[in-house]
Design a protein around this ligand. Structure first.
Ligand code: M6R
Length: 364
């Protein structure tokens, strides 16, 4: 059932506009322009703290969500990878929402963390793609993603659907807590509903990305840089590349590069920069200059405005549509997924079944 696609991963990348729209349709009321959760009988205004726990790509979705919960709902967020969480004896006070994000709903570390939080009196929220999974069954607040079955070991469409749900949840909590006005809620709804078309516009650059994959394929190491909500995206890009092309890659906050990783920069280390135009853009441009001054080769992923300003002297550029910052993390997921995909194709690795990896990690 790969249809015209070579790999499941490729098919799943291209399904994103459809499945994100599908997911949003259960969290956004188009007619009355409100965000709404499927399980409406839940009082989100009383939540004092959010603890997010997940692994891998789902963890990076949680990192993006931390920005949204804090910015919109002014609620403090603690986030950790599931394999570390329990062992540090986290402080779990009454009135806390513990939020677990998982495609499979079966990841052993995440499930163990969920049970730990349940035993410690937290309300259990679960963002999960498999509605019959163990995590779904143990949730107080079940927030399904409607990505459909994800077969490729590298998670793609589940990630963007998780982001859609988390953005709606953060906005809904903000409304309930009185931090988001009716007008602001309308704006959020409008921008969320722009996501499917923006994902399509991002996918239109598939050929450009395929055409530049040979520039990255010979690298031994690749760095990804991003700021704000694009910082987790940089880590997600690095994870995708590692998983399926076996190239060593690291994601860093752009401003952190000068604190160490810059020592790695030379002409053999491509640096992929995720930087939509906006208030943080100038800062990222100076980070790019630091890279170039050391002979580093930059691949800039930005919109028309950003590329016009800083696209010169890059090894390559990838143009994204100009989108509202809220949906930028969904849109910028596409080029990093496609880049990893095409680099793996150039290298001839097994895209859907990378070595040493399982789709669902059910051992701790
Ligand atoms: O099913 P889950 O979302 O709980 O899985 C978590 C990770 O194992 C998963 O995201 C993994 O990192 C992927 N292979 C990433 O592409």
């Amino acid at each position: 059932e790969k249809g015209n696609y070579r790999h499941y991963m490729q098919k799943e990348i291209f399904e994103q506009p459809t499945v994100v729209a599908q997911t949003l349709s259960s969290y956004v009321h188009q007619a009355n322009e409100t965000v709404a959760l499927p399980q409406v009988d839940f009082d989100l205004s009383a939540i004092k703290r959010v603890t997010i726990v997940a692994c891998g790509t789902s963890y990076y979705a949680g990192m993006v969500a931390k920005y949204w919960f804090e910015q919109f709902a002014r609620v403090p967020v603690d986030i950790d990878v599931a394999s570390e969480f329990r062992y540090r004896d986290p402080v779990l006070e009454p009135g806390g929402l513990a939020l677990f994000i998982s495609q499979s709903g079966e990841t052993a570390d995440t499930l163990a963390a969920l049970r730990h939080c349940k035993a410690n009196g937290q309300t259990i929220g679960v963002v999960v793609n498999v509605p019959t999974s163990s995590m779904a069954r143990e949730a107080d607040l079940l927030l399904p993603t409607h990505a459909g079955p994800e077969i490729g070991v590298a998670s793609t469409k589940a990630f963007t659907c998780q982001l859609a749900v988390l953005a709606a949840l953060a906005a809904h909590m903000a409304v309930k807590k009185g931090y988001m006005s009716r007008d602001e809620e309308r704006e959020v709804v409008k921008h969320l509903l722009e996501a499917p078309a923006a994902l399509n516009a991002a996918l239109d650059h598939d050929d450009d990305i395929a055409g530049m994959a040979h520039l990255i394929a010979p690298a031994r190491d690749v760095l990804y840089l991003g700021r704000g909500p694009d910082y987790p995206l940089a880590m997600e890009g690095a994870l995708k590349l590692k998983e399926i092309s076996y190239i060593h890659a690291e994601g860093y906050a752009s401003g952190e590069m000068k604190h160490g990783p810059i020592a790695l920069i030379d002409e053999a280390v491509p640096v992929i920069v995720l930087a939509p135009s906006g208030p943080l853009f100038e800062k990222t441009v100076s980070n790019m200059q630091e890279v170039r001054a050391r002979g580093g080769k930059v691949v800039l992923i930005s919109d028309e405005e950003g590329l016009a300003e800083a696209g010169e002297d890059c090894l390559a550029t990838i143009q994204m549509p100009k989108v509202h910052p809220l949906i930028a993390p969904l849109v910028y997921a596409v080029p990093v997924q496609l880049l990893a995909y095409h680099v793996a194709c150039v290298k001839g690795t097994d895209v859907d079944q990378p070595r040493n990896l399982a789709k669902s990690v059910t051992v701790e």
